[in-house]
Design a protein around this ligand. Structure first.
Ligand code: PNS
Length: 161
């Protein structure tokens, strides 16, 4: 059984994440999408809501599950017997830090990292930009899954009241 984990903050999930998850799901028997619980950084959406939005976004992928983790990613991998981390690469600027993490995770626990280049149509997407655009009333409907779009619109409306 080939298993992999696709980790991230997913605050919130974008169409770029969905692209990488879809393609990774085609390469492994089981793919776990793992949301980092970062006590030092609240983020826009609580972790439970990020997971709910992710579950909705991957509902058509039967071999994908959504989980959360705290602490080191390699510890999560070891506990769940997952030998591979899948990360998306949008641009060369992503590469330097991702390479460093991949080499560190390999040194720490012999966990391999597989890089998936994002589709060019979604290479410019990031959760931070999506949040910024939505906060100022911009249209993010083509950048995120529908449920995320609705949730962002709801939050913007509430903030305006
Ligand atoms: O979506 P992000 O914020 O780019 O995801 C980064 C993430 C969660 C993959 C990375 O920060 C991570 O693995 N954090 C867990 C802590 C850890 O293992 N740190 C050592 C990395 S070598």
């Amino acid at each position: 059984m080939r298993r992999a984990v696709c980790p991230g903050s997913f605050d919130p999930v974008t169409n770029g994440h969905v692209d990488v998850i879809n393609r990774a799901a085609g390469l492994y028997d089981e793919l776990v999408v793992a949301v980092l619980v970062n006590p030092g950084k609240a983020g826009l959406f609580p972790v439970e809501e990020r997971m709910e939005l992710l579950r909705d976004a991957v509902a058509d992928l039967p071999n994908v599950t959504v989980d959360s983790f705290q602490g080191l990613l390699v510890d999560y991998c070891r506990t769940h017997d997952i030998p591979v981390i899948v990360k998306g690469l949008r641009a060369v600027s992503d590469f330097e830090y991702e390479l460093q993490m991949a080499q560190m995770n390999r040194e720490l626990a012999a966990i391999e990292t597989l890089f998936v280049p994002t589709a060019p149509q979604v290479g410019h997407l990031s959760s931070s930009l999506v949040k910024q655009i939505a906060t100022f009333g911009g249209d993010v409907s083509r950048l995120v899954p529908e449920a995320v779009h609705d949730r962002l619109a709801e939050r913007t409306r509430r903030a305006e009241q």
